[in-house]
Design a protein around this ligand. Structure first.
Ligand SMILES: [Zn+2]
Length: 338
C-alpha cells in the first residue's frame, strides 16, 4: 500500500475508532497509538524519505493535516465524554418530588404470633411444631375423640383420606411432643388450622391457633388460671378481667371456656360482646387421663393443663378489627396500618 493510501486508510479508521471510544481511558490509549513516539503517524512520517523528492512535500502536508485532525478528534471526544456525568446531573429536575421507598412490614397476624410466643416464652414455654396435614390418629384418636364424635364429621373436618386430615386444631402437637419426651412438658405451638366453615366476618376455613401444654407433678387448675390470666393482662392490658366457665372438650377434664372482659366497652356491654360485657377467649382444661394413656404417661403421677386460643381473635380484639377476612384479602391499605 502506498503511503498516500495508508494515510487515507488511517484517516478513516482513526475517525471511526475515536468516535467509538467510550471512556477517557480509551481516548488516551488511542492518543498513544496514533500520536505516540512509536505511534502510527510517526511511522508514516518516517516513510516520507522513501518517497521520490517531488512527492515528499505533499505527503508531509497530508500527514500534518491527519495529525491535526486526529489530535482535534481526540480532544473533541474527550470533551464529550468528560462532562457526561455532569450533564446527567443537570438533566435531573431537582424540584421534582422525591420517590418514597415502599417499606415492607410484618403481617398483623405474624406480629401477633411473635408477641404471643414472646409472652409465653417469658412464662417458661418453649415452642413446638407439628404438621398442617395430620393423621386422624393425632388429630382425634389420641386426643380422646373416638370415631363418630361430631367434630370428626366431614362437615367439620377436611379429609384427605380416611386416615389423613387437615388438622382442625393445634392440639395434635400435644401428642407429638409427649410421645417424644417424658414429663415435665411446657410448650406452646402456633400454626394454621382448617375447618370447612363458611366465610363470614368472624369465620374462615383457615385460621391460626396457639396451643399450650404444661405437664408435671402437681400442675393444677390454679396454674392454668394463673398462666392465662397473666397472658391476657400482658396482651390486652392490666385491667382486663378473666373468667372461666364450665365447658366440654374431649381431651380435657374438667374443661373450661375462658372469657375476658370486653375491651371495647370495659364490661359495660356493647355490640361486639352482645351486651354481655364478656368475650370468648380460649378453650382450656386439665389434660384427660385418656390422653396421657395414649402417650404412655402415668396419669396417677402427672397432671397437666392445655389451652387453645385463636390468634385472629386476639389480633382483632387488640386492634379493634371487625372482619376476619381483612387478614387474608392482602389489601395494602389495611395491612400498612400495622
Ligand atoms: Zn363490649
Amino acid at each position: 500500500m502506498s503511503l498516500f493510501e495508508e494515510v487515507a486508510s488511517l484517516r478513516r479508521t482513526s475517525a471511526e475508532e475515536v468516535a467509538s471510544a467510550a471512556t477517557a481511558e480509551a481516548v488516551a490509549a488511542l492518543r498513544v497509538r496514533y500520536l505516540g513516539r512509536r505511534g502510527a503517524l510517526r511511522s508514516l512520517f518516517d516513510r516520507i524519505r522513501e518517497l521520490p523528492e517531488e512527492e515528499r512535500r505533499q505527503a508531509g502536508r497530508m500527514l500534518n493535516e491527519l495529525k491535526d485532525a486526529v489530535t482535534a478528534a481526540l480532544q473533541e471526544r474527550l470533551r464529550l465524554l468528560a462532562p457526561t456525568t455532569r450533564q446527567e446531573v443537570l438533566t435531573e429536575d431537582l424540584s421534582y418530588p422525591g420517590r418514597r421507598p415502599r417499606l415492607g412490614r410484618l403481617h398483623p397476624l405474624t406480629q401477633t404470633i411473635d408477641e404471643i410466643v414472646a409472652t409465653f416464652g417469658r412464662l417458661g414455654f418453649s415452642l413446638a411444631h407439628g404438621p398442617d396435614v395430620e393423621l386422624a390418629y393425632y388429630n382425634f384418636d389420641a386426643l380422646n375423640t373416638p370415631p363418630g364424635y361430631v367434630s370428626r364429621s366431614s362437615s367439620d373436618t377436611f379429609y384427605i383420606s380416611d386416615e389423613v386430615v387437615l388438622r382442625t386444631q393445634t392440639s395434635p402437637v400435644q401428642i407429638r411432643v409427649m410421645e417424644k419426651q417424658p414429663p415435665p412438658v411446657q410448650v406452646i405451638s402456633v400454626g394454621r388450622c382448617y375447618r370447612p366453615d363458611a366465610v363470614d366476618a368472624t369465620h374462615c376455613f383457615m385460621f391460626h391457633q396457639v396451643e399450650g401444654l404444661m405437664v408435671g407433678e402437681d400442675v393444677t387448675f390454679a396454674d392454668l388460671k394463673g398462666v392465662l390470666t397473666l397472658f391476657y393482662r400482658e396482651y390486652l392490658g392490666p385491667d382486663v378481667r378473666v373468667r372461666f366457665l364450665p365447658h366440654f372438650f374431649p381431651f380435657t377434664e374438667p374443661s373450661a371456656e375462658v372469657h375476658m372482659s370486653c375491651v371495647f366497652c370495659q364490661g359495660a356491654g356493647c355490640s361486639v360482646c352482645g351486651r354481655s360485657g364478656w368475650v370468648e377467649g380460649a378453650g382450656c382444661g386439665m389434660v384427660d387421663p385418656n390422653v396421657f394413656a395414649a402417650v404412655g404417661y402415668d396419669a396417677e403421677r402427672y397432671t397437666g393443663f392445655a389451652f387453645g386460643l385463636g390468634i385472629e381473635r386476639m389480633c382483632m380484639l387488640r386492634h379493634r378489627i371487625n372482619d376476619i377476612r381483612l387478614f387474608f384479602e392482602n389489601d395494602v391499605r389495611f395491612l400498612e396500618q400495622f
